[in-house]
Design a protein around this ligand. Structure first.
Ligand code: GLN
Length: 555
C-alpha cells in the first residue's frame, strides 16, 4: 500500500480538499485505484448535527454517514463511493478507544494519546486502505498544521512514515503564497508553516503553493531552498476558473510525474474522461440561469453538491448553468413575487424559517410553467403548495412546520411512537421503484434506482388518492409503496421533485438524471423565450425581487 498524506499550512480555506481530490484524479488517470480518507479533527462524531450556516453542506454517503463536503469532492473527482470509514474524526477515535477501555481491552494499562489514540488512528487508516483493495490511500488531514486538535493525527502519520518503506509514504503540504502590495510573491508564510511541520517530525515531499497567480521560477527556487525540497516538487496552484481544471493544471506542473517518481510507480494507463469533460465544459457557449431558492444562500458552500450537479447537467445538455441565489426568507415579504430565471430549484432543508418563501417560489414556477426541480424539502413543499392551491386545502402543511388540520406531509405512524426525533432520520442509499412510462422512467431509463436520502417526513398516504385525482403522478416509490419518492406534473413543461437527494450521486461525466431533465427543459425554455445568456453570475445574488428596495426603505 502506498500512502499520500495531504496537510495544510498558513490558513484554512486554501482548497486543500480540492488539491487532495485532484491528486486522486491524477492517480486514477494513470490507472491506479485510489481510496481517500478525510480526517476531521473536530470532536463531533460526524457532521450530521452541524449547521450549514457554520460548516457548509452536509454530504451524505451511501451507508448514510453524514460527512464534510470534502468527501463530495472526492466522490466526484475520483469516481468512488465512500462509506463512514473514509471519514475519521476525533470523536470517532476517542469513542472507540473509550469503549475498548471499558471492555478492559487495554489490560490495566494507562490509556494515553501516544500510543493508544495514535494506534487507533493508524489501524483505522490501514484497515480502510486494505478493505478497499486500493493501490494508493490518500489521506487529507483537516485543519492547519499547528492546531491543537490535529496533533494526534499528525503524530500518527509521523509514526506511519517511520513504519512504512520510503517509497510507500509521501507528504504533500498545501500553503499560501500571498502577494504583497507591490505584487511580489511572498514565501515567508510557507517557510514558517514548513518549519512548524518539521518541528513535529514531518517533512514535505511536495509543496503546493496556492497563489492568485502562477508561481515564478524564482519563488519556487526560494521555497525549495528554505523548505528543503527540490524545485520541481514546488507546485504552482493559481486560482482556476473552474475546480475541475485543477487536475489538469497540476499535470502541466508535472505533479503526476513527481508522484510516480517518488512512489516508484509507472504510468499504467492514460485515461482521458476527465480531460475530455473539462474540454467540453470550457467549450460551452449557451448559458442559462437557474434560480436556487434556499435558506443558506449567503453561505458559499451550503449547496455545493447542487451547484456541481447543475454544472454536470449543463455539460450533458450543452450549456453553462448560471445560478441565481434567492433567499427564501426575503420572498416572504411580498404578496407577489417574480423570478427571472429559466428554471427554479428548491433544495433540501429543515424547519419553518423561509419555508413559506419556498412555497411561493414553487407556486410561481408551477403557475408560470417554468421548469422546476424540488429536492427533499423542496419535494415536500411542492406537495404542500399543490394541496393548498389545487386541492383547496388552505391550511395544508407539514407536521414539521406547523400544527395543521391537513398534515399532507407527516411522520409515518411507527415514527410517531418514537419519543425523540434524533436517530429517526432515513439516511443513505435506498432503492426506489419507478413507474413505467413516466418522466422519471424516461430520465433514468430503469425500473429500479438507488439514491441517497436524508429526511424524516413523508407524503401522508391518506391524501394520495386526492393528489392523484388532481394530476400529480407519484412516479417513484419505496418501502412497498408506502413512501412516495418522486412526483411529477405531466401537464407542465418540467415539474419534477424527489424525496431523495440526486445531487449526491451526480458526477461530472455521469450527471444525475433529474438535473439533466431540469437543465434541458430550462434550455428549451430559454431558447423559446429568448432569455439565453443572462448576465447573472454564479454566486451572485441579483436584485430580483419586485419592490425589495421600497420594502427595505419602509422597514
Ligand atoms: N425537513 C424534511 C424532513 O426531515 C426534509 C429534509 C431534507 O430536505 N433533507 O423530512
Amino acid at each position: 500500500m502506498k500512502y499520500i498524506v495531504v496537510t495544510g499550512g498558513v490558513m484554512s480555506g486554501l482548497g486543500k480538499g480540492i488539491t487532495a481530490a485532484s491528486i486522486g484524479r491524477l492517480l486514477v488517470d494513470m490507472g491506479y485505484k485510489v481510496t481517500p480518507i478525510k480526517i476531521d479533527p473536530y470532536i463531533n462524531i460526524d457532521a450530521g448535527t452541524m449547521n450549514p450556516f457554520q460548516h457548509g453542506e452536509v454530504y451524505v454517503l451511501k451507508d448514510g454517514t453524514e460527512v464534510d463536503l470534502d468527501l463530495g469532492h472526492y466522490e466526484r473527482f475520483i469516481g468512488v463511493e465512500l462509506t463512514g470509514d473514509h471519514n475519521i474524526t476525533t470523536g470517532k477515535v476517542y469513542s472507540r478507544v473509550i469503549e475498548k477501555e471499558r471492555k478492559g481491552e487495554y489490560l490495566g494499562q494507562t490509556v494515553q494519546i501516544i500510543p493508544h489514540i495514535t494506534d487507533e488512528i493508524k489501524s483505522w487508516i490501514r484497515r480502510t486502505a486494505s478493505k478497499n483493495d486500493a493501490d494508493i490511500c490518500l489521506i487529507e488531514i483537516g485543519g492547519t498544521v499547528g492546531d491543537i486538535e490535529s496533533m494526534p493525527f499528525l503524530e500518527a502519520v509521523r509514526q506511519m512514515h517511520n513504519e512504512e518503506k520510503e517509497e510507500d509514504f509521501i507528504l504533500v503540504h498545501v500553503t499560501l503564497v500571498p502577494l504583497d502590495s507591490g505584487g511580489e510573491q511572498k514565501t515567508k508564510p510557507t517557510q514558517h508553516s514548513v518549519k512548524e511541520l518539521r518541528s513535529l517530525g514531518l517533512h514535505p515531499d511536495v509543496i503546493v503553493g496556492r497563489c492568485r497567480e502562477r508561481l515564478k521560477e524564482s519563488t519556487k527556487k526560494k521555497i525549495a531552498l528554505f523548505c528543503d525540497v527540490s524545485p520541481e516538487a514546488v507546485i504552482s496552484a493559481e486560482d482556476a476558473e473552474d475546480i475541475y481544471e485543477v487536475p489538469l493544471k497540476f499535470k502541466e506542473e508535472k505533479l503526476d510525474e513527481i508522484l510516480l517518481k517518488r512512489l516508484r510507480l509507472d504510468r499504467k494507463k492514460e485515461r482521458k474522461e476527465w480531460t475530455d469533460m473539462v474540454k467540453r465544459l470550457k467549450e460551452l457557449e449557451k448559458e442559462i440561469t437557474i434560480a436556487v431558492v434556499g435558506k443558506y444562500i449567503d453561505v458559499r458552500d451550503a449547496y455545493i453538491s447542487i451547484r456541481e450537479a447543475l454544472k454536470h447537467g449543463g455539460i450533458a445538455a450543452g450549456c453553462k448553468v448560471n445560478v441565481l441565489w434567492i433567499d427564501s426568507e426575503e420572498f416572504e415579504w411580498f404578496d407577489e413575487v417574480e423570478i427571472e430565471a429559466d428554471g427554479v430549484l428548491v433544495p433540501g432543508g429543515f424547519g419553518k424559517r423561509g419555508s413559506e418563501g419556498k412555497i411561493k417560489a414553487i407556486e410561481y414556477a408551477r403557475v408560470n410553467d417554468i421548469p422546476f426541480l424540488g429536492i427533499c424539502f423542496g419535494f415536500q413543499l411542492a406537495v404542500i403548495e399543490f394541496a393548498r392551491n389545487v386541492l383547496g386545502l388552505e391550511e395544508a402543511n407539514s407536521n414539521e412546520l406547523a400544527d395543521t388540520p391537513h398534515p399532507v406531509i407527516d411522520l409515518l405512524p411507527e415514527q410517531k411512537n418514537l419519543d425523540k426525533l434524533g436517530g429517526t432520520m432515513r439516511l443513505g442509499d435506498i432503492e426506489v421503484t419507478i413507474k413505467p412510462n413516466t418522466i422519471a422512467w424516461k430520465l433514468y431509463g430503469k425500473d429500479k434506482i438507488v439514491e441517497r436520502h436524508r429526511h424524516r417526513y413523508e407524503v401522508n398516504p391518506e391524501y394520495i388518492p386526492e393528489f392523484e385525482e388532481k394530476g400529480i403522478v407519484f412516479s417513484g416509490f419505496s418501502d412497498s409503496g408506502r413512501r412516495m419518492e418522486i412526483l411529477e406534473l405531466p401537464n407542465r413543461r418540467f415539474f419534477f421533485a424527489t424525496q431523495f437527494h440526486p445531487e449526491f450521486k451526480s458526477r461530472p461525466y455521469a450527471p444525475s438524471p433529474p438535473f439533466v431533465g431540469l437543465v434541458k427543459a430550462a434550455l428549451s425554455y430559454a431558447e423559446e423565450y429568448g432569455t439565453l445568456a443572462k448576465e447573472a453570475g454564479e454566486g451572485e445574488v441579483k436584485d430580483q425581487i419586485k419592490g425589495r428596495e421600497e420594502y427595505q426603505e419602509e422597514n
